[in-house]
Design a protein around this ligand. Structure first.
Ligand code: NAD
Ligand code: G6P
Ligand code: MN
Length: 441
């Protein structure tokens, strides 16, 4: 069987070891000959790479491994880029979250002004990697889950319309895993679903088992009581802030009981609640730095010091196996049905044809073929039109260097109460992002 060469962009990511272990666990389905780590922070990447090198030597010594900060070395002779970069790292995420909170507006990685700010940093980073890919491995595909995926997807649609990039998010996968648990199925793959929306902004309209039985009533009954968390005594999301988000899905669901919501709608539908429950001094970025980042880098250090990955706490990122499903769909033309962020192009009948929407696609060796959704209700259409305009204006602001458009983008976010608050937040964000954003006029 043909073996693949992979570049992981953002080699120093907290998710890299879990993804490497996941790839090793799937070698029978997706054989690999080479793994290359690429990052623009050599020190950070080295800490993860040294540990992964040991893991690879122990478990699959036949796989060639390198880490590099040189784009030519990273992106020559590759079949897939798996991209999870975070331009500005956690230090900038912290600012994205804390600056809006100063003005009573929620601070979140991908939603509201924080997401817009992150988008203004990510666009350049992702476009740069696409250009390297096209230069050094023109037949390769980029599987992108760098955030904010909605803005990144719109930017590549507009600025690199023919590029072979597939934008995907794991949140629907996480929620479907919870749904499967609720109805007593062992995997989300035992369900057939219908879903539409924008990234971090969507709804399930149908969930059935493989015999065609409707599972929505049972899931709704559960969500009405506990959101996507387990009942008391059953599985709760282990992280307190995620657990709150899973539980809050109960209230998000109540406004439209015909559908089941993505958890991220909490930020748009309950911004006041989110602000009240936020700590201005200690945001999610702080939690992640004290939690996931410390843990992953601590475990990597132990692996390097001991010279072995035996007994290490790094674990397979099980649900990241959707990345292998996606790569296999392209490589082997599996025609698997997957949710991807793609150009609407009429799939949602009564919605902007050029919007990047998150919908089901059949994925084969030519890429994704979106499936028809049909018309959507006024409530969702109204929300989505507002949010997609935020995303489009952000990309226009980046491409044109337009202060005015970025001010409009922030003002239009449902999380922001007024144009004057938007301006204050914007001016602070410009100051904080001097190193990363294009100059705005
Ligand atoms: P992290 O900061 O630990 O890792 C990101 C890495 O990217 C860092 O090592 C950083 O040095 C590197 N980097 C930054 N700019 C770069 C550039 N221009 N070129 C190359 N490398 C660059 O972050 P993390 O928490 O592990 O998350 C990584 C990314 O994955 C984030 O964008 C996050 O939002 C995203 N993510 C997305 C999903 C999804 O559902 N789409 C799920 C999980 C994580
Ligand atoms: C979910 C989302 C991602 C997000 C991730 C991590 O999986 O789909 O887009 O990046 O959570 O969030 P965290 O706050 O834990 O870094
Ligand atoms: Mn996501």
């Amino acid at each position: 069987m043909n073996k693949f060469s992979i570049a992981i962009a953002g080699g120093g990511s907290t998710f890299t070891p879990g993804i490497v272990l996941m790839l090793l666990d799937n070698l029978d389905k997706f054989p690999i000959r080479k793994i290359k780590f690429f990052d623009n922070d050599a020190d950070r990447q080295d800490k993860v790479a040294k540990a992964c090198e040991i893991i690879l030597k122990e478990r699959a010594p036949e796989i060639e491994f390198i880490q590099t900060t040189d784009p030519e070395e990273a992106f020559t002779d590759i079949d897939f880029i798996m991209a999870h970069i975070r331009v500005g790292k956690y230090a900038m995420r912290e600012k994205d979250e804390k600056i809006p909170l100063r003005y009573g507006v929620l601070g979140q990685e991908t939603c509201g002004p924080g997401g817009i700010s992150y988008g203004m940093r990510s666009i350049g980073g992702i476009i740069e990697i696409i250009d390297f890919m096209e230069k050094y491995s023109p037949n390769a595909w980029m599987l992108n889950y760098s955030n904010p995926a909605a803005i990144v997807a719109e930017a590549t649609r507009k600025l690199r319309p023919t590029s072979k990039i597939l934008n995907i998010c794991d949140m629907p996968i996480g929620i479907e895993t919870a749904m499967a648990e609720i109805v007593g199925l062992s995997s989300r793959k035992e369900m057939d679903i219908k879903y539409y929306g924008l990234n971090h902004f969507g709804w399930w309209t149908s969930v059935k088992d493989k015999e065609g039985n409707d599972l929505m009533p049972k899931i709704k009954e559960h969500v009405a009581k506990y959101g996507y968390n387990g009942a008391p005594g059953e599985l709760q999301n282990p992280e307190a802030s995620w657990s709150d988000t899973f539980t809050k899905a109960r209230d998000v669901w109540a406004i439209d009981p015909d559908t089941l919501p993505n958890t991220y709608l909490k930020y748009y539908l309950f911004p006041d609640y989110v602000v009240e429950h936020s700590n201005k001094e200690y945001s999610r970025a702080n939690e992640v730095m004290d939690g996931r980042e410390k843990f992953v880098f601590g475990e990597c250090k132990k692996v390097v010091e001991k010279g072995t990955s035996e007994d290490c706490g790094l674990h397979i990122d099980e649900h990241a196996s959707y990345i292998v499903d996606l790569a296999r769909a392209i490589a082997y033309n599996t025609k698997e049905r997957m949710l991807l962020i793609v150009e609407n192009n009429g799939a949602i009948e009564n919605f902007d044809k050029t919007a990047m929407v998150e919908i089901a696609c059949i994925v084969g060796n030519n890429g994704p073929e979106p499936l028809v959704v049909g018309p959507i209700p006024q409530f969702q259409k109204g929300l989505m039109e507002q949010q997609v305009s935020v995303e489009k204006l952000t990309v226009e602001a980046w491409a044109e260097g337009s202060y005015q458009k970025l001010w409009q983008a922030i003002s239009l976010s449902k999380t922001v109460p007024s144009v004057s608050v938007a301006k204050q937040i914007l001016d602070d964000l410009i100051e904080a992002n001097k190193e990363y954003w294009p100059t705005l006029k």
